[in-house]
Design a protein around this ligand. Structure first.
Ligand code: NAD
Length: 297
């Protein structure tokens, strides 16, 4: 069997960001609106700081306004709630994102539910989760939204396909399963208590792996010709012995890519697959929120 098509999320997301930049121009011309995305970071978590900086750079690169808010790690929950309230009421802000994880003394669900659902560009508010669950998605969590774009670009219609989602987190697995269901797939959701995972995997036309375990999904589990979307981002020691000894690491996915590529018909690499789609979908959600909040007069 020929090797799989490598689904290039870098290129796809770059094209999507170019389209978003044009949408920003159109919004400016037609509605006199510059979409504004507010990003709140509480504390100094190094990985979160990198993510937030990347989001802010890309927001500016497509011509949107990036509004940054940094709170100290010991900021109170009320301080954060007050800031969210101010942003909810600010007409220049169309999207609000609170970078997770939050410090332990802050209750994450309370914070996420304080965000105006119309500005909830992460799609984590219960109202948006509920709309997704009844098949009327509005602002959809960014990572699954990106996975759907890659799948539809590769397969066209997903109707009637059997999709297996491995993982049931609220940010990836669950919304992914809802989106696949809305796209008329037959959906199986697997999690840490699932039995016979290999058997389930062998029946799937589409496998979405969102587990967080390096190289978890083996090539021998896959149905020949399956389309594989690898959401995992796992840091493991570098391959090269000298680099490994120096403590260097590399990023791998949840799928044994080197072998899976020989069985699948298409597969996302890690890095360069799903990862780059997430921020592009965040910007896409911000455009959508800005459109919804500023109807043409
Ligand atoms: P999570 O830890 O919240 O959820 C993991 C899920 O995997 C759980 O539902 C759990 O039940 C399931 N699981 C664990 N062990 C299992 C097993 N043995 N068999 C079957 N299921 C099992 O993780 P998450 O936030 O959903 O993230 C999953 C992965 O995706 C991580 O590697 C994360 O870094 C990555 N991720 C990537 C992006 C991106 O932009 N590409 C975004 C979010 C998360």
């Amino acid at each position: 069997m020929a090797e799989a098509i490598i689904i290039d999320g870098k290129e796809f997301s770059s094209n999507l960001r170019n389209k978003i930049a044009k949408d920003v121009e159109t919004l400016k011309k037609e509605r006199n609106v510059v979409p504004g995305l507010a990003v709140i970071l509480v504390g100094e978590d190094p990985a979160s700081r990198i993510y937030v900086r990347k989001k802010e750079e890309m927001t500016e690169a497509v011509g949107m306004n990036s509004l940054s808010y940094r709170l100290d790690a010991d900021a109170s929950q009320q301080e954060l709630l007050d800031l969210i309230q101010t942003l909810n009421n600010d007409p220049a802000v169309h999207g609000i994102l609170v970078q997770l994880p939050l410090p332990k003394h802050i209750d994450t669900p309370t914070i996420l539910e304080a965000i105006d659902p119309a500005k909830d560009v992460d799609g984590f508010h219960v109202v948006n989760a509920g709309l997704l669950a009844i098949g009327k998605p509005t602002l959809v969590p960014c990572t699954p939204a990106g996975c759907m774009m890659l799948l539809e670009n590769n397969l066209g219609s997903l109707q009637g396909k059997h999709a297996l989602v491995i993982g049931r987190s609220t940010i990836v697995g669950r919304p992914m399963a809802q989106l696949l269901l809305t796209a008329d797939c037959t959906v199986t959701v697997a999690h840490r208590h699932t039995k016979n995972l290999e058997e389930l995997c062998r029946q799937a036309d589409i496998v979405v792996a969102a587990v967080g375990i390096p190289h978890f999904v083996k090539a021998s589990w896959l149905k020949p010709g399956a389309v594989v979307i690898d959401v995992g981002i796992n840091r493991i020691p570098a391959e090269d012995p000298a680099a490994k000894a120096a403590g260097k690491t590399r990023i791998v996915g949840d799928v044994d890519f080197a072998e899976a590529v020989k069985v699948a018909s298409a597969i996302t690499p890690v890095p360069g697959g799903v990862g780059p789609m997430t921020i592009a979908c965040l910007l896409n959600n911000t455009i959508q929120a800005a459109r919804n909040l500023t109807p043409v007069s």
